[in-house]
Ligand binder design. Structure first.
Ligand code: 26Q
Length: 779
């Protein structure tokens, strides 16, 4: 071992001790939020801790004395790969902001030994390899297993016998910037007690792997068992903690708020009622009413998806088979809901005008067509329901959950997402921190990001603009270096860096991005003198292992990379680069280097998006649709500092409401430029760039989706062709405007200055006031 390695070991041990002291000193103050989520993506624990320690902390002093760099220490750590994307990352941001603002919070999540895969690029494709975030012996250095909080959860196996699984929480502290701490309870499987005939493997799989898409029936059962294990363990933990404080289940709502982060944790509702009825309220005549009253005051629910097909609906038979008693409770909740709604339909006690119709009642059913609609159970039960951006919430109120909203008009509210500036600005981008501080001559903006607004006047100053450009150039060099090392692609820093990083999903429309690149490429081939500002198109993101179309789009990007970067006729004007294995760590290199933030989802499909916010606070300028939180970004910065294009959500929804009204083939036939780009998918242009020969029909599926539709879906489900022209036009306008560096830089600085609203500190504050009912600042 070298001396540095020894020092690193010493420091890791010290850091571990420091973290342990944090989790031991957490007072359990009412009301503690138990944020229950199937996913969390916190990034490196070492990085998260370092970034929030005070400059003068003894640990940082030792670190400096031993001459170990932050980077070396961070390199020695792995990041818990416990999530897919936005939902998991949001959980981490909210946890960090709660810690910093002393809002009492536990984050309850499964501890998958195999988290999200690591993405490797091989032969022009994504290959999924296991991400080893745990040590060989299955432990993680910065976690603290707590047997005293272990909980037994139970299932009925297909064989008819009962299985009991001991879930053991491993605690990982997330230390806030002011000494507060959020504790992650990551549950792992301890003992499994099962009859010999039982499918033991299924229960061992509870903490094995993170699901990202539906699979076969056995896969579905494992996912359901995972959700149930998390739900049972969390509810039991809350109850244990009530008694620990000398209170009882009756005090649960005063002591805890159980936050259902998307329907993945919805089973907490019937599980709590079941445990209350069967263990704590036995023999009471009013048991159901008491249990119901406790549940309705304890739970809150956040919805993260608009798209119907993504809403969780579990087959009743599966619930019946694996958790018969819980299923019985769900049936009873549904029965009582219908009873209540019948009264509305018949006697209109709420005085609705017009009265609730039978169709509306049917649209709200928890159980319909043999399936349990988890979101409906949550909305009926929880005391608060929220969407994650204003447009998203409005769509829920006006379309998806219209009947609920009419009946319970104060229940649904909005809490716009946010991201932690401490990680994505202060820590990830020290150059930007210095830039801001040099302008403002103080650092109090770090405590309150809304103070970034005082940066606005500097957008008008030439000196500040020059400084901004210097900082941006330095950060582009960092990214270019990383890309060179990891992909072998040269990105000149005087190119515009145009970036789209997020999960690959058809609704996010990386395909639209590709068609725009293809169009530019073809235009340049025709006219090499074409006057455009040189641009590097950078993409990154993982596709679910079984999501064929999304994986094809990644292949398309990689094909364009080869086609364009190797062609001297065009590579002085455009380049393409796919960054391998997008994650929290390389994200911190990507955002600070970005000039253009691509936020191009079909209007009305992206609930919020959060990369849009990370780009904004880094001074990138958004090219986007009016979707998700882009709407609010636009409202903050105005037309001058954001480039909008595409159909508006009402237009998209109007098309969707009238099947057949949108005709992409007509657009294709009438627009030669569009036709040329779409035809490129199949006409052989890309053929010689594909790694494996003889696959001339490789991208035919994408072509087919755009013009004819796949799997019984309408053609061009996500309106790519409809938005092509306006996207191209907005991009070219932007590309031209970039040359006016004063104007561009002014707009970039305005984006930073106005990004304070999108801090997760504000999000947490909103949750305290609107949802958790915790008086904010009460420590
Ligand atoms: C469900 C059932 C079975 C298997 C998997 C799932 C599953 C897994 C992950 C369903 C959904 C997800 C992830 C959803 C997600 O990340 N949503 C994103 O949440 C962000 C934070 O609110 C928003 O910004 C994004 O707009 C939204 O897409």
């Amino acid at each position: 071992m070298t001396e540095t390695q020894l020092h690193i070991e010493t420091l890791r041990a010290q850091l571990r001790a420091l973290m342990e002291s944090y989790i031991q000193n957490i007072p359990c103050t009412p009301r503690t939020v138990i944020y229950t989520s199937m996913e969390i993506l916190p990034g490196s624990t070492v990085a998260n801790t370092l970034m929030n320690l005070a400059e003068e902390s003894p640990f940082l002093q030792t670190l400096r004395e031993l001459k170990v760099t932050y980077d070396d220490l961070i390199q020695s750590d792995t990041a818990p790969a416990l999530g897919n994307g936005g939902l998991g990352r949001l959980t981490a941001c909210i946890g960090e902001s709660a810690a910093t603002q002393n809002v009492p919070m536990i984050v309850s999540v499964p501890r998958h030994t195999q988290g999200l895969f690591r993405q490797k690029l091989e032969n022009g494709r994504q290959v999924e390899v296991p991400d080893q975030w745990l040590n060989e012996d299955g432990t993680y250095f910065f976690e603290f297993p707590r047997q005293e909080y272990a909980q037994w959860v139970s299932f009925r196996d297909d064989c008819g016998g009962f299985v009991k699984v001991k879930m053991v929480p491993c605690l990982i502290p997330m230390i806030g910037a002011t000494g507060g701490c959020t504790t992650i309870y990551a549950w792992k499987v301890g003992t499994v007690l099962a009859p010999v005939a039982a499918n033991r493997e299924r229960y061992l799989r509870i903490d094995r792997q993170l699901y990202c898409e539906d699979s076969d029936d056995e896969g579905k059962k494992v996912r359901l068992v995972q959700e149930s294990a998390l739900s049972q363990a969390t509810v039991r933990l809350a109850i244990q903690k009530c008694y620990e404080q000398g209170k009882t289940v009756m005090d649960l709502p005063e002591l805890f708020c159980l936050h259902i982060n998307d329907t993945h944790a919805s089973l907490m509702i019937p599980e709590l009622i079941r445990i209350l009825l069967d263990e704590y309220l036995v023999g009471r005549d009013d048991a159901w009413d008491v249990a119901w009253d406790i549940a309705t005051r304890t739970f809150v629910y956040t919805n993260h998806t608009i798209m119907k097909e993504a809403l969780e609906k579990w087959p009743l038979w599966m619930l019946q088979q694996l958790m018969p008693r819980t299923c019985q409770i769900i049936v009873e909740i549904d029965r009582r809901m219908v009873e209540r709604m019948e009264r509305e339909v018949q006697a209109n006690p709420s005085g609705l005008n017009p009265p609730l119709s039978r169709e509306e009642l049917d649209s709200m059913r928890i159980i319909a067509d043999g399936r349990v609609h988890m979101a409906h159970m949550d909305i009926f039960t929880a005391c608060s329901v929220n969407g994650v951006a204003r447009l998203h919430t409005d769509i829920l109120k006006e379309r998806e959950l219209k009947a609920f909203h009419r009946l319970m008009s104060t229940k649904i509210c909005n809490v716009t997402n946010g991201v932690t500036h401490r990680k994505f600005l202060v820590f990830a981008n020290p150059e930007e921190r210095k830039f801001i501080t040099d302008c403002l001559k103080q650092e109090d903006w770090i405590e309150d990001m809304t103070r970034l607004e005082t940066l606005l006047p500097f957008a008008e100053e030439e000196q500040a603009r020059q400084d901004f450009l210097k900082m941006r150039k330095a950060r582009k060099e960092v990214l270019a270096q990383y890309v060179k090392e990891t992909r072998g692609i040269a990105l000149p820093v005087d190119f515009i860096f145009d970036v789209q990083v997020k999960r690959f999903h058809m609704y996010k429309r990386q395909l639209l991005n590709c068609l725009r690149i293809i169009d530019l490429y073809l235009s340049l081939k025709k006219d090499p003198a074409l006057d455009i500002t040189p641009t590097a198109f950078i993409l990154a993101g993982k596709a679910a292992a079984g999501y064929r179309q999304a994986k094809l789009v990644i292949e398309l990007v990689l094909t364009l990379e080869k086609l364009i970067n190797d062609d001297p006729e065009v590579n002085g004007k455009i380049r393409v680069c796919f960054i391998e294995n997008y994650n929290v760590s390389n994200a911190m290199k990507i955002f600070p280097a970005t000039d253009i933030s691509e936020q191009i989802s079909t209007a009305s499909t992206e609930a919020s998006g959060t990369s849009n916010m990370k780009f904004m606070l880094s001074g990138a300028i958004t090219l986007g649709t009016l979707d998700g939180a882009n709407v609010e970004i636009h409202e903050a910065v105005g037309d001058e500092s954001m480039y909008l294009f595409g159909l508006r959500s009402e237009e998209v929804m109007a098309y969707q409401a009238k099947p057949g009204s949108y005709d992409p083939r007509k657009l294709y036939e009438s627009n030669a430029r569009l036709r040329r780009a779409v035809d490129t998918l199949i006409d052989g242009t890309l053929l010689r760039e594909m790694p494996a020969p003889g696959e001339s029909d490789r991208f035919e599926e994408l072509y087919h989706e755009l013009l004819y539709g796949l799997d019984g879906n309408p053609a061009d489900q996500y309106f790519v062709l409809a938005d092509f022209e306006s996207y191209r036009e907005a991009f070219l306008r932007m590309n031209h405007d970039y040359r006016d560096s004063s104007k561009w830089t002014r707009n970039a600085i305005r984006n930073i200055a106005l990004s304070g609203f999108f801090s997760s500190d504000r999000t947490v504050k909103d949750y305290c006031e609107k949802v958790w009912k915790i008086s904010f600042g009460n420590q």
